[in-house]
Design a binder for this molecule. Structure first.
Ligand SMILES: C[S@@+](CC[C@H](N)C(=O)[O-])C[C@H]1O[C@@H](n2cnc3c(N)ncnc32)[C@H](O)[C@@H]1O
Length: 213
């Protein structure tokens, strides 16, 4: 397959191939983290920007989001890119009550969702539910706002909801909390926790776990 060609800007070629995918998820794709997966759930998929390469790649793709209109858009996109998939693979629902059996998925994606938790209890309810549907050996990819690197700019460093310097309000987990959960889930870090600090306005962390077999 030729992605780049003379006369066509690389950005257009890449967008045609992978859509508007989160760059850190793209990084995991490039590193082969999803190579052995067949079934992929995007929990809190929104309009499905992260599903494009999986739909094009013939994966068994699932998406759940509480936003009905977003799911309608994902269904239209899936019908176009992967017509063999059933529309019911994309469902309106809550991340803390997923409509799948235990260990059903080879990979679960949580991109910009966990930081919408109202408190630590809801954060854990979502996390535990995504973990429940992941098979042993499976990959959990999460990208979430955290307090990592912003500690001195927040009133407290414990996990909770905070107003960020960029004006948004988010539930922020800290690094200790991510590591404790990595341990209590019986997970291994697929790679070190990585955080992008956006000029001290917000911090976005990539947390990538493998479920132990
Ligand atoms: C910022 S968007 C991210 C969408 C997508 N994951 C992406 O990266 O483009 C957050 C999405 O999470 C969904 N969401 C947040 N909390 C949820 C929950 N508890 N259950 C289901 N969907 C949720 C919202 O409806 C929204 O579509």
């Amino acid at each position: 397959m030729t992605i780049f060609s003379a006369g066509s800007p690389p950005s257009a070629a890449l967008r045609a191939a992978v859509g508007e995918i989160d760059i850190y998820l793209f990084d995991q794709l490039l590193k082969g983290a999803f190579d052995s997966a067949r079934s992929v759930l995007d929990a809190g998929c929104g309009s499905g920007r992260n599903l494009v390469p999986f739909l094009r790649g013939g994966y068994e793709v699932f998406g759940v989001d509480r936003d009905e209109r977003a799911i309608a858009r994902v269904r239209r996109m899936a019908a176009e890119l992967a017509p063999a998939l059933h529309a019911d693979n994309f469902q309106v629902g809550e991340v803390d009550a997923l409509p799948y059996g235990d260990e059903r998925m080879d990979a679960v994606i949580s991109s910009a969702v966990l930081h919408f938790a109202s408190d630590e209890r809801e954060f854990d309810a979502m996390l535990n539910e995504m973990w429940r549907v992941l098979r042993p050996g499976g990959l959990f990819f999460a990208r979430l706002a955290t307090s990592i690197g912003l500690e001195s700019r927040l009133p407290s460093s414990s996990p909770g909801r905070y107003r960020l310097p960029d004006g948004s309000e988010r539930f922020l987990m800290d690094e200790a909390g991510l590591l404790e959960r990595t341990e209590s889930l019986g997970a291994t870090l697929a790679e070190p926790i990585k955080t992008t600090n956006v000029q001290n306005l917000r911090a976005m962390t990539t947390w990538c776990l493998r479920k132990r077999t």
